[in-house]
Design a protein around this ligand. Structure first.
Ligand code: ZN
Length: 121
């Protein structure tokens, strides 16, 4: 299940506070309940696949790339002096001529959201 409106999702993710706990774990504030955190765990495969899990309901019911996952990935990238862009299709992502990553569904391994990274200015 891919997010329908990636731009809107990305805009929302920018309002979330992400605290990087370690290289694979990020705590992200919840939009619906500001008192709560969602925990995002991220694993990177050598082929550029990103497996991300989140404790929010949308992710638990099979959603790929919720706002928390986007916020978490961006926070992890920031630590390495990188900025990310998110794309719905491989073609759009490839046009950027940057390093390419893909957030995949854990269960089906279907392509979810494409990610490119660049050095932050
Ligand atoms: Zn989530």
């Amino acid at each position: 299940m891919k997010p329908k409106n990636l731009k809107k999702l990305y805009a929302q993710s920018k309002d979330l506070q992400a605290s990087v706990l370690n290289a694979h774990t990020v705590a992200v504030t919840s939009l619906t309940n500001p008192a709560a955190n969602h925990i995002v765990t991220v694993a990177y495969a050598k082929d550029g696949t990103i497996h991300a899990r989140c404790t929010c309901p949308w992710a638990i019911y099979g959603g790929v790339a919720c706002t928390h996952v986007l916020a978490a990935l961006e926070a992890l990238a920031q630590k390495r002096g990188k900025r990310l862009s998110f794309w719905r299709s491989r073609e759009d992502a490839q046009r950027q001529k940057r390093r390419l990553f893909c957030i995949k569904d854990h269960e089906t391994q279907a392509d979810g959201v494409w990610v490119t990274s660049r050095r932050s200015a």
